[in-house]
Design a binder for this molecule. Structure first.
Ligand SMILES: Cc1cc2nc3c(=O)[nH]c(=O)nc-3n(C[C@H](O)[C@H](O)[C@H](O)COP(=O)(O)OP(=O)(O)OC[C@H]3O[C@@H](n4cnc5c(N)ncnc54)[C@H](O)[C@@H]3O)c2cc1C
Length: 426
C-alpha cells in the first residue's frame, strides 16, 4: 500500500491527511498533543473577504470537508470585522476540535496522538521514515510537515516576552519539532520591524462569565462588540510588535468577539489583566491563560524553503503546508494542507506532475503570489491573506474576487479541474 505520513495535526495537517486519503493513499497523521486543529482552538474568524472565493474554489476542486465542518459549528454569521467585513463568520472554537477530529477519522486517516516525531530516516534525498519519541519508526512513501511555526519554549523565551503554559502546550507535550529541520532542509523566519525573529500571536481570550453581564449578553447576541480603549491604554507599539498584521482599530479598541467557550479580543497582541480591568465592563475580567496577560508565544519561526507545489527544496518526497509553508490563517492553512496532501500522494504513487493550480483561479494566483514573495524574501516581513492587506487588494483589482458562487464553479470547470482533489490519483 502506498503510504503518506503527515506530521502535525493542526488544520493544515488535517487538510493534508484528508486530501492524501482521498487521493488513494494509506495515511497516518501524528499529533503531539491530545487535540487536533492546533492553534485554531482559539482562532474563530474565517471566510472573510476573499477567503469566500478560496473556500468555494477548494470545494469545487473536490476538497471542502474541513470548511463544511467549521461551517457546521458556526456561531455568528456576517461579522463586521473592521478589516474583513464581508461575509466573515465565527465558528465555535470549543466544538470545532471534536467536529474536525470526527471528519478526519471518518475519512479513514489513522490518527496517532500524544506523541511527537523527533527525528527522520533519510536515504539519498528521500525520507524513508519518521521516528517517534518512543523509538517507533513510521515508514512512508511521502511525508508532509505540518508542524506549524509556534514555540517552543526556548524560542519564546529568546524572542518574546517569555513563555508560560500557552495554547501551544509545549510544557505538557514538549516543543514543536519540525520535520524539515530534522531532515536538514532550509528554513527562514519572519522578522518584526526591529529585526527580532517571529511574531507575537494576536489574540487575548477572556472568560465570558467574568465580563459585565450586559457586555456578555451583547457579544453573545451580536457576535462582535467594539469597545474603545481609554487613551492611556492605547499602545501603538503593539502594531509594530505584530508586524502590521492589523489596522489601528485593533489597538485603539477592544474588538471583542464570541468564539464559544471564551470571548476573544482580536488583534490586541496582549494586555495586562489589570489594564483590562480599567475598562468599563471588564472590571472583574479574568484572562483565560497568562500568555494573554504578560506573556505570549512566538509564531512564524521555521518557514520551509519550498516550491509552488509545496515540495520542500532538496527533497523528493517531503512536502509542507500551513504556517510551515509560509501561510497563516484558518483558511490559508486548510487550502495549503489539501494541496500538499494531494501532491504528496501524487509523489508517492509516482505521478510525475504535481498539481499546480493556474492563475485563473484565486488559489492558483494566491499560491504563485505568495511563493514569489517567499523567493524574494518579502514574505518574511509581512503576511499575505485573501481577507486583508496586499493580496486582498490584488484579487479585487484583477477580478478574482466575486460573491457569485456559480462563477467560481465555472472557473474551476473551465480550468478542467472540477473534483480533482476528490479522485484517486492513480
Ligand atoms: C491565538 C491565535 C488566534 C488566531 N486567530 C485566527 C482567526 O481567528 N482566524 C484565522 O484565520 N487565523 C487565526 N490564527 C491563525 C491560524 O489559526 C493559524 O495560522 C493556523 O491555525 C495554523 O495552522 P497550522 O496547521 O499551520 O499550525 P498549528 O495549528 O500550529 O498546528 C501544528 C501542529 O503540529 C503539532 N506538532 C508540532 N511538532 C510536532 C511533532 N514533532 N510531532 C507531532 N506533532 C507536532 C502541534 O502540536 C500542532 O498541533 C490565529 C492564530 C493564533 C495563534
Amino acid at each position: 500500500m502506498t503510504k503518506v505520513v503527515v506530521v502535525g495535526g493542526g488544520l493544515s495537517g488535517c487538510g493534508a491527511a484528508v486530501a492524501a486519503k482521498k487521493a488513494g493513499a494509506e495515511v497516518t497523521l501524528v499529533e503531539r498533543t491530545d487535540m487536533l486543529i492546533g492553534v485554531a482552538v482559539r482562532a474563530g474568524e474565517t471566510n472573510g473577504n476573499g477567503w469566500l472565493v478560496g473556500q468555494h474554489e477548494l470545494r469545487f476542486l473536490g476538497g471542502g470537508e474541513l470548511f463544511d465542518t467549521l461551517a457546521s459549528v458556526k456561531l455568528h454569521d456576517h461579522v463586521p470585522f473592521p478589516d474583513a467585513a464581508k461575509h466573515g463568520y465565527l465558528y465555535d472554537a470549543g466544538r470545532a476540535e471534536p467536529a474536525i477530529r470526527k471528519t478526519v477519522e471518518q475519512s479513514g486517516v489513522k490518527v496517532i496522538m500524544e506523541i511527537r516525531v523527533v527525528d527522520v530516516v533519510k536515504e539519498n534525498g528521500r525520507l524513508r521514515a519518521v521516528k517517534l519519541e518512543d523509538g517507533r519508526l513510521i515508514e512512508g512513501d511521502a511525508f508532509v510537515d505540518c508542524t506549524g511555526t509556534r514555540g517552543g519554549i526556548a524560542v519564546c523565551n529568546k524572542y518574546g516576552k517569555g513563555c508560560v503554559m500557552c495554547l501551544v502546550r509545549c510544557f505538557a507535550y514538549g516543543d514543536r519539532v519540525g520535520v524539515v529541520e530534522k531532515a536538514g532542509g532550509k528554513t527562514a523566519s519572519r522578522v518584526r520591524p526591529d529585526g527580532t525573529p517571529g511574531m507575537l500571536s494576536s489574540a487575548v481570550t477572556l472568560f465570558k462569565d467574568t465580563l459585565a453581564p450586559e457586555l456578555k449578553a451583547r457579544i453573545e447576541k451580536e457576535g462582535l462588540v467594539i469597545v474603545p480603549l481609554p487613551k492611556e491604554l492605547v499602545d501603538y507599539d503593539r502594531m509594530k510588535i505584530m508586524g502590521g498584521q492589523r489596522s489601528r482599530d485593533f489597538v485603539e479598541n477592544i474588538i471583542l468577539a464570541d468564539i464559544g467557550p471564551v470571548a476573544k479580543c482580536f488583534g490586541l497582541v496582549y494586555m495586562e489583566q489589570d489594564n483590562f480591568r480599567k475598562v468599563p465592563g471588564f472590571e472583574n475580567v479574568q484572562v483565560e491563560d497568562p500568555r494573554a496577560s504578560k506573556w505570549n508565544h512566538i509564531g512564524h519561526i521555521g518557514i520551509a524553503s519550498r516550491d509552488i507545489s509545496l515540495k520542500v527544496k532538496g527533497f523528493e518526497n517531503l512536502f509542507c503546508a500551513g504556517e510551515k509553508s509560509g501561510q497563516t490563517s484558518v483558511d490559508g492553512v486548510i487550502i495549503t494542507g489539501y494541496l500538499a496532501g494531494h501532491n504528496a500522494a501524487r509523489q508517492a504513487f509516482g505521478v510525475e506532475q504535481p498539481l499546480v493550480l493556474p492563475r485563473s483561479l484565486a488559489i492558483g494566483d494566491f499560491m504563485a503570489f505568495v511563493t514569489e514573495k517567499l523567493e524574494t524574501g518579502e514574505a518574511l516581513k509581512g503576511v499575505y491573506r485573501m481577507a486583508r492587506g496586499e493580496y486582498w487588494e490584488r484579487m479585487q483589482k484583477i477580478g478574482l474576487y466575486t460573491e457569485d458562487v456559480a462563477r467560481v464553479k465555472a472557473r474551476v470547470a473551465e480550468a478542467g479541474l472540477s473534483g480533482v482533489l476528490a479522485r484517486p490519483v492513480k
